[in-house]
Ligand binder design. Structure first.
Ligand code: PMP
Length: 397
């Protein structure tokens, strides 16, 4: 018989937690969304995932895989046919050639790819430079791999681009890698080829490895996307991370990939092989279908995101919130400095008074103070209502 939880006697819990894990803060986004979930009638611009359901033919491929009894492990590297499709896709879209036999690894999302990349290359105390505001997992992932996270601030005046001088200033003899994410979560910043050329030259000069998180690269609205891995002398020093979550609206499938020269993929594969074994087979089958026949769905979703971005951008500017025009991803990062509120107080006030959820910019690093992140992966009619409610809130300040 089980005792009810309330009557289980409380004993002092010994502390088993490792120091470097204890030092990691909880995600600011998660804490905030616990409040959101306890409320009713909230329009959320907070979630960093597509509101689209995965296109039907991709779901059908997953169902069909189950029907055919595809329920076992795959090769540790992932299904060969998926690695072949990935190599073809990356070649066609990023002008990068990788051998599906030993230069492509199928992972459990970019999340696992990033963890593997960091664990494969970092010795304790090695420094990883990254640009901030950035995706919430970068600094903790570096710390969990026993590296030292070195943030380089990006500023609205520079369109949140990583400036070469700022990168140079952050380099020390312990610098091992540069972690890039363009288009950027949470700012929507991009780097043009000429700007990437300058960053690449610094990486070659200082023998830095580049880990590039390309998860939003299909969602580029202005210029064609360039991957730093495709620039001269960069393929051999770059780990290219990508996945299916954003471009194909497949977050729940948990599937992504890493492409890199064979010795790097081999090192990552050894960690993956013991920690994960392989990505789920059903998700891999679905991913094959996405790469073979998902292009039009991706383009259609991108067009929807572009329309939503334009609507919300104009709404922010009309209500007096200056906002950098994002060139990619599905986030706007308006400045709320004119309201006199901190990012946190703005987000809490907006949530309580107008039932609209946005994420305080500080969740993405200290440089996010004075900004909030608004995701436009939300239906157009909901965005219109959210914008009206926000205008009321801002008008009262
Ligand atoms: N990188 C960035 C920049 C992201 O925004 C996200 C998800 N929000 C991820 C990686 C994680 O992606 P995945 O679902 O492929 O693990």
């Amino acid at each position: 018989m089980h005792l009810p939880v309330s009557s289980v006697p409380k004993t002092k819990q010994p502390d088993f937690i490792a120091d470097h894990v204890r030092a990691i803060p909880r995600s600011g986004i998660r804490d905030f969304f616990e409040i959101v979930q306890s409320m009713e009638g909230v329009i959320s611009l907070g979630i960093g995932e597509p509101d689209f359901v995965t296109p039907w033919h991709i779901r059908e491929a997953a169902i069909y895989a189950l029907e055919r009894g595809k329920t076992g492990y795959t090769s540790n590297l992932g299904l060969l046919k998926l690695r072949e499709e990935i190599a073809r896709y990356v070649n066609e879209n990023y002008s990068l050639g990788y051998d599906p036999a030993n230069e492509v690894l199928v992972t459990v999302g970019v999340s696992e790819g990033l963890d593997l990349a960091l664990r494969a290359v970092l010795n304790p105390g090695d420094e990883v430079i990254y640009h901030e505001p950035c995706y919430v997992s970068y600094s903790p992932s570096i710390a969990l791999a026993h590296g030292r996270a070195v943030a380089v601030s990006t500023r609205e005046e520079d369109e949140f681009k990583l400036r070469p001088e700022a990168l140079r200033a952050a380099i020390t003899p312990r610098s091992k890698a540069l972690l890039l994410n363009f288009p950027t979560n949470p700012t929507g910043a991009v780097l043009l080829k000429s700007e990437l050329d300058e960053i690449a030259a610094i990486c070659r000069e200082h023998n830095l490895l580049v880990i590039t998180d390309e998860i939003y690269s299909e969602l580029s609205y202005a210029e064609a996307h360039t991957s730093i891995a495709s620039l001269p002398g960069m393929r051999e020093r770059t780990i290219f991370l990508h996945g299916f979550s954003k471009a194909f609206a497949m977050t729940g499938f948990r599937v992504g990939y890493a492409c890199a020269p064979a010795p790097l993929i081999d090192a990552m594969m050894r960690i993956h092989q013991y920690g994960i074994l392989c990505a789920p087979i059903v998700s891999q089958e679905a991913a094959v279908e996405a790469l073979r026949h998902g292009r039009n769905d991706m383009l259609e979703m991108r067009e929807q995101y572009r329309r939503r971005r334009n609507l919300l951008l104009h709404a922010f500017r009309n209500m007096g919130l200056p906002c950098f025009e994002p060139r990619g991803a599905f986030y706007l990062f308006p400045s709320i400095k004119s309201t006199g509120l901190s990012s946190h107080d703005f987000a809490i006030g907006l949530l309580k008074q107008e039932q609209v959820a946005v994420v305080p910019g500080t969740a993405f690093g200290p440089g996010g103070e004075g900004y909030v992140r608004c995701s436009y992966a939300t239906a157009l009619d909901q965005l219109e209502i959210a914008a009206r409610r926000m205008a009321k809130f801002v008008g009262r300040k």
